[in-house]
Ligand binder design. Structure first.
Ligand code: GLA
Length: 397
């Protein structure tokens, strides 16, 4: 019997760290050397900007992936997941090569490969993972898996790799081993986020600022709505968007779209012949400006003031970047009409989650409005999770 990935409804009982440790003990007859945990993330704003050298503002969720792990002397990686108990992956050192490890364990193997490729002396490991983050919901479960593994291997082998470098290596695992050309946001979020703050990351120089984000103090809730429309064809569409941006930057003679300021946008659009590239450029340039403005407002303690920027971000992702999906558009529309101050899709798009900034008194009304709209469309009901910024990857035991 497969273990179902839990959805977003609040749950009780043992968490993934306890379950992974217990499963490890059962499988190997001894406790693991340790258990490490890495969170999923929500991106507040700055979407599809990270591979354009731009700005992002993710925060960690109090849910993620736990890895119970032990060193092995034979150089082999043995990995299994409580979500897929029938697929035990065993990768001897000679087989650790890009493209050679399929499925979820490719993310684990990829991290080991990336560490070794960077010259770190890492032997084998036995790893048992468990998660309380829905897979395919756009909450970055793959980066959580990579980063729980990275934190585990780093400590098991006493490497002391600085966290920003560990994020680069986890991204490399995903880009070069798994073959998904993602940016650096998700791995940075999983490794660098702190409780109570959003991570303001400049993806050009990787400088970070922890910006306090206390929605409750402002009488608000940040509601995560899992639209229960899982990603589809994400890899191909994502890579296509990335290529569009690279072509636009090349036509404009800049290293990345980050180099176009908002005041230069009109002139830049005039120089781009292709209407698709114009739309993509307009999104990226405006989104970077919105992200900077959100950070400015948060630094001033103006949480309420970010709502309209979130909504503008959604419109831009829907109309110019074309990565939204019907369930997200409906969730945003009904959240706003039921009292949300702002709402947007979060993550790569084509399925996954929406976030809505909602006055506490209106949370039930917003939930009800979205549920009713979904029922009228005949869609699967959404799941809801009020989110507060949690800690990044850490050792649990
Ligand atoms: C995915 C990628 C990130 C980022 C977002 C969009 O989550 O993994 O690097 O590009 O999409 O902002």
């Amino acid at each position: 019997m497969g273990v179902r990935t839990p959805r977003l409804s609040p749950r009780s009982g043992a968490g993934p760290a306890d379950r992974a440790a217990a499963a490890f003990r059962e499988a190997y007859g001894r406790p693991p050397d340790g258990v490490w945990s890495a969170p999923g993330r929500v991106n507040l704003i700055g979407e599809h900007t990270d591979y354009n050298d731009g700005f992002v503002t993710p925060f960690a969720l109090p849910r993620g992936v736990a890895a119970a792990a032990e060193r092995r002397d034979d150089g082999t990686l043995e990995a299994w997941s409580l979500q897929r108990p029938d697929e035990r992956a065993r990768t001897p050192p000679a087989e650790l090569a890009p493209g050679a490890v399929e499925g979820w364990s490719g993310y684990v193997a990829g991290v080991l490969w990336a560490l070794r490729s960077a010259g770190h002396a890492v032997g084998g490991a036995s790893v048992v993972v468990d998660a309380d983050l829905p897979v395919g919901a756009g909450l970055s479960s793959s980066a959580a898996l990579e980063c729980a593994t990275a934190a585990a291997l780093d400590e098991l082998y006493g490497l002391g790799v600085p966290r920003p470098e560990l994020a680069r290596l986890a991204q490399r695992a995903e880009n070069d081993f798994v073959g998904m050309p993602c940016g650096i946001m998700d791995q940075s979020a999983a490794l660098l986020c702190r409780a109570g703050s959003v991570l303001f990351l400049d993806t050009r120089d990787l400088s970070v600022e922890q910006v306090p984000f206390d929605v409750a103090a402002a009488g608000l809730t940040l509601l995560v709505v899992d639209t229960n429309a899982p990603h589809r064809h994400v890899g191909g569409e994502y890579a296509a968007r990335r290529r569009d941006c690279e072509r636009a930057a090349e036509s404009l003679g800049v290293a990345a779209l980050r180099d176009i300021g908002e005041d230069e946008l009109a002139a830049a659009l005039g120089r781009l012949g292709d209407p698709t590239l114009r739309r993509r450029t307009r999104h990226v340039v405006a989104e970077n400006a919105r992200a900077l403005e959100v950070v400015r407002r948060l630094r001033d303690g103006d949480v309420t003031g970010i709502g309209s920027l979130l909504t503008a971000s959604h419109a831009s992702l829907r109309d110019d970047y074309e990565v939204s999906w019907p369930q997200a558009d409906v969730a945003v529309e009904w959240a706003l009409s039921a009292g949300a101050l702002g709402a947007r899709m979060t993550g790569g798009g084509f399925g996954g989650c929406v976030i809505a900034l909602v006055p506490e008194a209106d949370v039930e009304t917003v939930r009800g409005a979205i549920e009713r709209a979904y029922a009228e469309h005949g869609w699967d009901p959404p799941d809801f999770l009020p989110a507060t910024p949690a800690a990044g990857a850490h050792r649990v035991t």
